[in-house]
Design a protein around this ligand. Structure first.
Ligand code: SF4
Length: 298
């Protein structure tokens, strides 16, 4: 095709046509890109062996947060479920009086403030059932905007895959923030002299001695007692909140195993397991979390 012909047909090239040596090399010019790339460092991501952290504001797996003394922030209001455009969230709230140790109490004899002192959250109610269906979730973040207590946030964890529909429905024990060192496992009373407003304002910075004593009386074998007592007596600083994190990088063998486990889906908490044990998907409920991550070995 020549410029003469262009003139005949009225075709006007938008780019200036190469002349001389440029016209001669034009057919192989594309190889220049290949040649230049040969000397650049490899950028292949070695997933799943090495995970690449997404941007800080990435919308990943949800997390239900805790206050510094271990109580849950979720009050079971269901606003997140109402805000969800994909109908992916299911919440059932319950009164804090509706705790296992009060199961034998006569109807009407308990209210939120007389539930033997035990609470899952400050205030009247807590989230008894909390489910997110990740086959429906579109990660829009409207749920976390709707949450009045900042109980619900989104982590950077993007490893959300499974091979069964059931495994993609994350339960409360899968979503709860891991207990930090120094937090006291719920249920237990609120910090003495405080209201739920004090909690919302961030005035509760750790478990108190009275809370520790209450748990020691009711659950003397609780593993969180020692750490919480150290906070209560001032020998260690108050706990910082923890977040479900990306699992650590793994060696070649471990990586393939981890990827296989992720594909198989979640290991569910056995019936009757304590919903407040910071169980993680892919590990047995209550097992320590290796590497300080919230995802166990995943
Ligand atoms: S996560 Fe927030 S919005 Fe959803 S039920 Fe709990 S407190 Fe309400």
């Amino acid at each position: 095709m020549t410029d003469d012909r262009h003139d005949e047909t009225g075709y006007q090239p938008l780019r200036p046509q190469a002349k001389g040596l440029g016209e001669f090399l034009a057919p192989v010019a594309g190889f220049g890109v290949t040649f230049a790339s040969m000397f650049k460092p490899t950028v292949t991501e070695e997933y799943p062996r090495k995970k690449v952290a997404p941007q800080g504001r990435y919308h990943g797996r949800h997390q239900l947060n805790r206050y510094a003394d271990g109580l849950e922030k979720c009050i079971g209001c269901e606003l997140c479920a109402w805000a969800c455009p994909a109908d992916a969230i299911y919440v059932e709230g319950a009164s804090n009086a509706d705790l296992p140790e009060n199961a034998d109490a006569a109807p009407g004899t308990l209210d939120a403030d007389s539930s033997a002192g035990a609470r899952i959250s400050p205030g009247e109610r807590y989230g008894r059932v909390y489910q997110i269906n990740y086959l429906r979730c579109i990660f829009c973040g409207l749920c976390i905007e709707a949450c009045p207590t900042r109980a619900l946030t989104m982590s950077n964890d993007y490893e959300l895959a499974g091979n069964s529909r059931e495994g993609m429905i994350y339960e409360k024990q899968d979503l709860l923030a891991p207990l930090s060192e120094g937090m006291l496992a719920a249920p237990h009373p609120m910090a003495e002299g405080t209201t739920d407003t004090d909690y919302y304002r961030g005035d509760v910075l750790g478990a108190t001695q009275a809370q520790v004593d209450w748990v020691r009386e009711h659950r003397p074998d609780d593993e969180t007692l020692a750490g919480a007592e150290a906070v209560a007596t001032g020998t260690r600083p108050g706990p910082a909140s923890r977040q479900h994190e990306l699992r650590p990088d793994a060696g070649p063998g471990e990586a393939e195993k981890a990827a296989g486990a992720a594909a198989v889906g979640a290991v569910r908490a056995p019936a009757g397991a304590d919903a407040n044990v910071p169980a993680v998907r892919g590990s047995e409920p209550g097992t320590p979390e290796p590497g300080g991550t919230g995802r166990g070995t995943r």
